[in-house]
Design a protein around this ligand. Structure first.
Ligand code: PHE
Length: 456
């Protein structure tokens, strides 16, 4: 006879921080942040990004963790519980649903991109970057994208890695994985930073990232920075809520969330500081390279630098680990929901969900070659549509609803109980940010994102 299983709790005090940082630190920090900073002017962008992390990211993250821990269940049931206890309309349950659905959709295409990093590990390990120039690096990247079998191979391997961890469950799987992966990730990152300092144009990299020129402040840069602040903290996708639901009751949510936000930001900044000096040291490639910065410019740089083969491998292993700890956090909320809702075994739920995400991911694989020009929805191919819909629509919308629900609708005494406060300035400021500042900002991100898509 199957007993009804209790919702798991992390076995160590610091696991939430490691796991949530693992979720937060991903392709967003290492791939996206440096290139969008590069495209949007550097220092001014970085400054806006920091402000948005503090004023919007942190308050919403506290709200999300709070909902998870209060509910002690998967995101859908956790939000449902707060909705019921607050006597609120069932409409608000959409927050949980949208989170789990977004996690599933992102998992499908994030694994494809993460697969590219695995492919680059293998290329680098075979000494493949040696003597690359801009043209050959561009051609190599295009050749990878043009080959659906190769993409599928790495995507399958990557989802497989994720499934193995999630299969072992919260404490034996996720907890063990993040306790091993995260320290390794930090060590690799510091190693690469040291390499950039020694072998690269470090001062130029530093100046690029931190020199502030007011002329670079623009609405467009602000909306990109705001959207990214949200994405990089893994907000509104069920991931952070699920991890919060495993947090021991005694832990302080505020402190833990602040630590995660600081670590995530540090990783993004250090990733930039590890990449730009190398890029600047190589003639012919620029900082405003766009999405190709990591897959085109960087291999060229590694290919032409002393010990570049070794550090090239280290770099792409780092990217793989970062992406791995993120996909784990995308699969987990879906698996938690299906096991808790339907009472089926974790292993079965895991297989079903990961299998479906893999299948949907094939649509993204083909979006880079055979189906590149097939428009599925709103004139976009599958990858572009999923990327747009999850990041530009579901993410800000989910965050908006969450801020409004926790700020205005949820029972105040339950919030205070979970945060262990009885009011006070900190609580008051948090609530104020959540009620007014976050909704306005998130609405702006939503409108700007949708506008940018259709105006172009
Ligand atoms: N925060 C991750 C990154 O920066 C992406 C992510 C979003 C991961 C949502 C999990 C959940 O890459």
């Amino acid at each position: 006879m199957e007993r009804i299983k209790q919702h798991a709790i992390w076995g160590h005090r610091g696991t939430f921080v490691l796991a949530a940082t693992g979720s937060a630190v991903g392709l967003g920090n290492i791939w996206k942040f440096p290139y969008i900073a590069g495209e949007n002017g550097g220092g001014a962008f970085v400054l806006m990004y920091l402000v948005f992390i503090a004023l919007i990211g942190v308050p919403v993250m506290i709200a999300e963790v709070l909902l998870g821990r209060h509910g002690r269940a998967n995101p859908i049931h956790a939000v449902g519980k707060m909705v019921r206890q607050s006597g609120a309309s069932r409409f608000w349950s959409a927050i949980g649903w949208s989170g789990v659905l977004a996690a599933f959709l992102i998992l499908s295409f994030y694994s494809v991109v993460a697969g590219w990093a695995l492919d680059y590990v293998s290329t680098a390990a075979r000494g493949g970057f040696g003597g690359w120039d801009g043209a050959s690096a561009g051609a190599a990247f295009d050749a990878l994208l043009a080959d659906p079998w190769r993409l599928m191979f790495w995507q399958t391997l990557f989802i497989g890695l994720t499934v193995v961890v999630v299969a072992f469950g919260v404490t034996k799987g996720l907890e063990t994985a993040v306790r091993l992966l995260m320290p390794l990730l930090f060590v690799l990152l510091l190693l690469l930073l040291a390499y950039a300092a020694v072998a690269g144009e470090f001062v130029r990299g530093l100046a690029f990232m931190f020199s502030f020129n007011p002329a670079d402040l623009s609405w467009k840069a602000a909306s990109v920075a705001m959207g990214h602040a949200f994405f990089t903290l893994s907000l509104a996708m069920g991931a952070i809520m699920a991890y919060g639901s495993y947090m021991p009751g005694k832990a302080s949510i505020g402190k833990m969330v602040l630590t995660v936000a600081v670590l995530d930001t540090l990783v993004a900044l250090v990733a930039g500081l590890a990449m730009f000096p190398i890029v600047f040291a190589t003639p012919g490639i620029t900082a405003g390279e766009g999405p190709g910065l990591m897959f085109v410019s960087l291999p060229v740089a590694f290919g032409n630098m002393p010990a570049g083969a070794l550090f090239g491998v280290a770099f792409f292993v780092l990217v793989t680990l970062a992406a791995w700890s993120s996909t784990i956090s995308l699969l987990e909320p879906c698996v938690a929901y299906v096991t808790e809702r339907f009472g089926i075994k974790r292993l079965t739920a895991n297989g079903l969900i990961a299998g479906s995400a893999w299948l949907l991911g094939l649509g993204s694989v083909l979006s880079f070659n055979a189906w590149a020009d097939v428009s599925w929805l709103l004139g976009m191919n599958i990858f572009d549509f999923l990327d747009f819909f999850t990041q530009r629509v579901m993410l800000p919308l989910g965050g908006l609803l969450m801020a409004l629900f926790v700020g205005w609708v949820a029972r105040r005494d339950l919030l205070q109980h979970e945060l262990k406060v009885e009011g006070g300035v900190l609580f008051g400021s948090w609530l104020w940010l959540l009620r007014i500042v976050c909704p306005v900002a998130l609405l702006a991100i939503l409108l700007a994102g949708v506008w940018a898509q259709f105006a172009s």
